[in-house]
Write a protein that binds this ligand. Structure first.
Ligand code: PBG
Length: 323
């Protein structure tokens, strides 16, 4: 049997390539992060080209633009100028993100609204934990996270996304939400979050840049594979509705491994540093931006993610919807 042309025959015709295509990106795969601030002007984030801090007064326009591109899910981060050691601004019912959720849900009731549930944007020391006598206090941190989740749920959020890698946070939040009647609020847990240098631009974006030390006390070390699987397994047991893997672009081995072991949907976070690499390379004419993003996100989906958190979500949806 003549087999030399077997694979190339399958690739000759565009129709066959399309028919046999195993992984297809869709606009619905993309989740757009939005950085919300209280007042003032819309501010460009220098290290994240195309991304802005949006004041509450500009939020409707920003979300409208995203919806017009075909975005149907957003992930909110607060850029707070009210930072204290107890992060109390994070769970204020009249707080920044609570207002943003109410505002968005009123104007765009069908948009899926997710909110980051973490302390680092609200603590004066910039860490994701409350400190007691200079040491991180997990139990107090869980309490505060519970208060944040409840106040977001009260404001009408669809999904809370705890990102602090606090042990037991998922089961604690599930119980806190249920006890307050928010049984339909989902929890997308940052289950597998590595202590990555690729979060650099985010810290400028979220105004949480000034912390000292590192996050290796609670985030995964880059060398860890088994431990990453253990984190995923624990959050599944604790009742997470989906698992977030972060960063995802460089951590496709973890996406693929976890996909084989859990039936929960996986969300990949293409983080700020990974996004910035593509944008800056494209600006320097080293890469073609659209093609690079399509390649990266197809690889993420091929590895097993169901959703992709991306700063390029608006453009991706526009490109995928052909306008
Ligand atoms: C913590 C949080 C971080 C990111 C999302 N949530 C920073 C951190 O853990 O230090 C980073 C996301 C990115 O780099 O795009 N609230």
């Amino acid at each position: 049997m003549l087999i030399e042309d077997y694979l190339s025959r399958q690739r000759q015709k565009e129709g066959i390539r399309r028919l046999f295509s195993e992984t297809t990106l869709l606009a619905k795969d993309f989740i757009l992060p939005i950085f919300v601030k209280q007042g003032g002007e819309k501010v460009a984030i220098a290290s994240l080209p195309g991304v802005y801090q949006i004041p509450l007064s500009g939020l409707d326009d920003e979300v409208q633009e995203a919806v017009d591109c075909g975005v149907f899910a957003v992930l909110l981060f607060g850029v707070s100028d009210h930072k204290t050691s107890d992060a109390r601004a994070a769970f204020d019912d009249e707080g920044l993100i609570q207002k943003a959720i109410t505002q968005i849900k009123k104007k765009f009731p069908h948009l899926l609204v997710m909110a980051d549930c973490c302390l680092c944007e609200y603590t004066d020391h910039g860490h994701c934990f409350i400190h007691t006598q200079g040491k991180s206090d997990s139990s107090l941190t869980r309490e505060v996270l519970g208060n944040i989740a409840i106040s977001y749920a009260k404001a009408g959020v669809d999904v809370v996304a705890p990102s602090g890698m606090v042990d037991g946070m998922v089961s604690f939040l599930r119980q806190a939400l249920n006890a307050n009647g928010y049984t339909s609020t989902l929890i997308f847990s940052y289950a597998v979050k590595y202590a990555s240098y690729f979060y650099g631009p985010f810290r400028e974006a979220a105004g949480s840049g000034q912390f000292s030390g590192h996050r290796l006390y609670h985030q995964l070390g880059v060398s860890q594979k088994q431990e990453g699987l253990l984190e995923a397994e624990m959050d599944v047991k604790e009742g997470a509705d989906a698992l977030i893997i972060k960063p995802a672009g460089f951590y496709l081995d973890m996406v693929s491994l976890i996909k084989q072991r859990t039936l929960l949907p996986l969300i990949g976070y293409h983080v700020s540093g990974e996004y910035a690499m593509v944008k800056l390379s494209a600006q320097a004419h080293i890469l073609q931006e659209k093609e690079a993003f399509f390649e990266i996100y197809t690889c993420m989906k091929r590895a097993g993610v169901t959703g992709i958190i991306s700063y390029a979500a608006k453009d991706m949806c526009k490109w995928l919807n052909h306008f």
